[in-house]
Design a protein around this ligand. Sequence first.
Ligand code: PLP
Length: 446
Amino acid sequence: MVETHLERASSEPATGGQPWPDRSVIPSVWSRITNLEVERGEGAWLITRDGQRYLDYSSGIGVTNTGHAHPRVAAAIAAQAAKLIHGQQNIVYHEPGLRLHERLQHVLPGDGWGAFLSNSGAEAIEASVKLARIATGRPVIIGFRGGYHGRTAQTMALTTAKDVYRGHFEPLPGSVYHTAYPYCYRAPGASHDPAACTCDWEAQLELTFHQIIYPEHVAAIIIEPVLGEGGYIVPPPGFLPRLREITREHGIMLIADEVQTGYGRTGRFFAVEHWGVEPDILVMAKGIASGLPLSGLLAKRDLLAKWPPGTHGGTYGGNVVSCAAANATLDIIADEHLVENAADRGAQFLAGLRGLARKHPAIGDVRGLGLMLALEFVQPGVGDGRTPDPNLAKRVLSEALDRHLIVLSAGTYANVARIIPPLVTTAAEVDQAISILDQSITAAGA
Ligand SMILES: Cc1ncc(COP(=O)(O)O)c(C=O)c1O
């Protein structure tokens, strides 16, 4: 007997509705870390179509800082969508966009900031490169080894976190060079305490200026204040302030890529604030609109004014519904004290992870800033004790998923578990996650 559409539908779980199309409709270029079929989310939790609850400590790769489907964000989106969904930036003004631009003038310390809005992190990085080049009249951009800035042509050229992001796509746009990032755990010779850093990043940058490119030809140096995809590496205390001095000495712009570190993630609204560093351009995305596509850059208004009309833009930049979501996001971050919660829950989590490292020798390093946390897995007793163990990291992630905790991997060798909870997460949820990680590391055979 041929099964009818209705019969098939009625055999679906109550929440499932019609049978879902086969997964093969999605191309395999979308690598995937779970097979969860998710129907909804609330706070730090994702709920599958069969009603299973998962603690989402991926935050959809650092996006859902206000938690999943925050009622105030959902209401702002619904109300705006009922009025106007697209009010194109080159054609009209709309209140949510004007309001957001106005508010973004005050999210960084100091006066004179302005914002340019676009859709994705990569698109905003592209914009920052164009702005730095047009403002300085210089061609070259320097990035850091291990950095991640996106997957478009220009941002691929800047990205060196992993070969998979760029290795098949040469030739990439030129006049982009890379220098060493201070990765204290993997410093040549031996690990050291970041507080007493002996990494030679400054000498390497000097060498770059002597061997590869004159500093007076460099438009900008782009830096993630905490390295993201590259392994959640927190730099030593003196690094960013010294980099700011060097860039100023040479008239080079400093671009802070805060796509992942921004919007409260590290326990400050932007991570550069931990070191009192003022970049020339700050790039933001991910947490800005709680999940609607929106990104942008901040720069002083006199710098933005050097961008002649029409030299940059895009159909959807500053979309009105995304701006409404972004305004609601700013309200929630303030009203629910999410930046403070990120700092508090981050300290709680870091202490818990340090406890796990004392118990499990396969944890080579524990690091983090706010709710951007990492465990780096190694093979104890092999080589100098820092040999990466990506297979163990994979097993730990899989065991954690079996226990309904979603965490991601990171790092050039994929041997880092990175933990990115929503900033609304509670102390009880953090304790639950630490306990699940403990069980998962044991179950993974570490
Ligand atoms: C630091 C950083 N920059 C840029 C990007 C690119 O953002 P998008 O994926 O929105 O293009 C990402 C994405 O993960 C990121 O983490």
